[in-house]
Design a protein around this ligand. Structure first.
Ligand code: NIG
Length: 401
């Protein structure tokens, strides 16, 4: 048993049932879990103590959507987009070529470097995906790499995205036979989730249904990329199949919003208990990097839908792991309050991974994932956009930054 007292916290944002924000607070961490929360003046003794000197503390960020296994450079594609080109899914093929050519060691180092960047910005829970392999052998290689990184405690959840794009030279239906057959069989033991890119230039609604039902039959949870490039069947499919999240959601109809809202009928939002519905994953950095309309986060929240904020780190549309950037942008551009944006990047994202009982808030019994800012209050995340505001990070009670 080892314990640490973190005291003189200027502002402690708990993201708990009462949405408590405590001032002059303290937290005791014991064996990787939160053991006590309260006023600094009442804090019990612990083996060691850290003086926050008035800084703000939040739950560590949860990032429920990243694509960290990639090699190669697509900065020219980004630059062309900033000069007026629009985003098309085809660039995924370029990254696939470069990633296939990378050795196991190089891919591992690249992923670990990206995880380290995420942690340095306050992220303590990470999902990441395959999806730049696009052959049985390569998708299995990437799934094995990620499963090992998960077992070593670097990441928390692994998603199979063999249905990211139809690879060059393959027929879509023929490729899907692989995805739902030998590819799924090869990756299933290494992954937690199955995902599909359901949009123009990638997979149709019917093709996406095929991938998701096969994944479900193999025991995987369901997630989708949907409604990114144009309105389409992604949201409806996510609702129909009971996916944990549908991410991007830039182009939504009234029916889409209504359908998503309907999935939250048996959920107690404040207490985060009951049956969770389909989380709408909003990806502000991606929206800005593709000059897409920002996902309608305000409208989704007002309709009673849990939203998540995710980095979507990938070389095509969002080359960042900064959840602090996303929270600041959600306040500045998406018209969320600070509390709503912080909840979306912590508890909302935890719900998207169905990990809300373990992470996403500062509550007694939860994993001690803490993000201390170099600022007295969390509003500085939006007030001082782009500033390096992460002062310290604890993951499962261990100081990782
Ligand atoms: O989530 N939309 C699909 N996948 C990624 C983009 C991948 C790429 O362009 O390389 C995304 O934005």
């Amino acid at each position: 048993m080892s314990s640490e007292l973190i005291t003189h916290i200027g502002e402690l944002t708990c993201v708990d049932a009462e949405a408590r924000v405590l001032t002059d607070a303290a937290v005791v961490v014991e064996d990787g879990r939160i053991a006590w929360i309260g006023a600094a003046a009442d804090a019990p003794a612990a083996d060691t103590a850290t003086d926050a000197e008035g800084r703000a503390v939040l739950p560590g960020w949860v990032d429920p959507h990243t694509h960290l296994v990639f090699d190669g450079d697509r900065s020219a594609e980004f630059e062309a987009r900033m000069a007026g080109e629009s985003y098309a899914a085809g660039g995924i093929g370029l990254t696939t070529e470069a990633t296939r050519a990378a050795s196991d060691e190089r891919l591992r180092d690249l992923v670990l470097g990206r995880v380290a960047d995420a942690v340095a910005g306050g992220t303590t829970t990470l999902e990441t995906k395959t999806g730049y392999g696009l052959s049985v052998e390569e998708e299995a290689r990437h799934a094995r790499l990620l499963a090992r990184l998960k077992a070593e405690g670097h990441i928390d959840a692994v998603t199979f995205l063999g249905a990211h794009l139809v690879p060059a030279g393959r027929d879509a239906e023929d490729y899907l036979d692989d995805v739902v057959g030998p590819m799924l069989e090869a990756v299933a033991e290494h992954v937690d989730w199955v995902d599909v890119f359901c949009d123009r230039g990638a997979f149709t609604g019917e093709q996406s249904r095929r991938v998701l039902t096969a994944g479900r039959d193999a025991g995987l949870g369901l997630r989708l990329h949907g409604n990114q490039i144009e309105p389409g069947p992604g949201v409806g499919l996510a609702v129909e199949l009971g996916a944990a999240s549908v991410d991007h959601v830039n182009h939504l109809t009234d029916e889409d919003v209504e359908a998503l809202a309907g999935t939250w009928a048996h959920w107690d939002r404040a207490g985060a208990t009951g049956t969770p519905g389909v989380v709408a994953g909003c990806l502000p950095a991606c929206d800005l990097s593709t000059r897409a309309p920002l996902a309608p986060a305000r409208r989704l929240l007002d309709a009673g839908i849990e939203i998540a904020l995710a980095s979507n780190c990938n070389p095509g549309t969002s080359y960042t792991t900064s959840q602090s950037f996303n929270v600041g942008t959600a306040v500045l551009q998406m018209h969320l309050t600070l509390a709503e944006a912080v909840r979306a990047a912590t508890m909302g994202s935890a719900i998207a991974l169905r990990r809300q009982d373990e992470v996403g808030s500062v509550e007694v019994g939860k994993r001690a994932d803490l993000h201390m800012l170099a600022a007295p209050a969390a509003i500085h995340l939006a007030y001082r956009p782009g500033m390096p505001l992460t002062h310290a990070v604890w993951r499962a009670g261990r100081r990782v930054r």
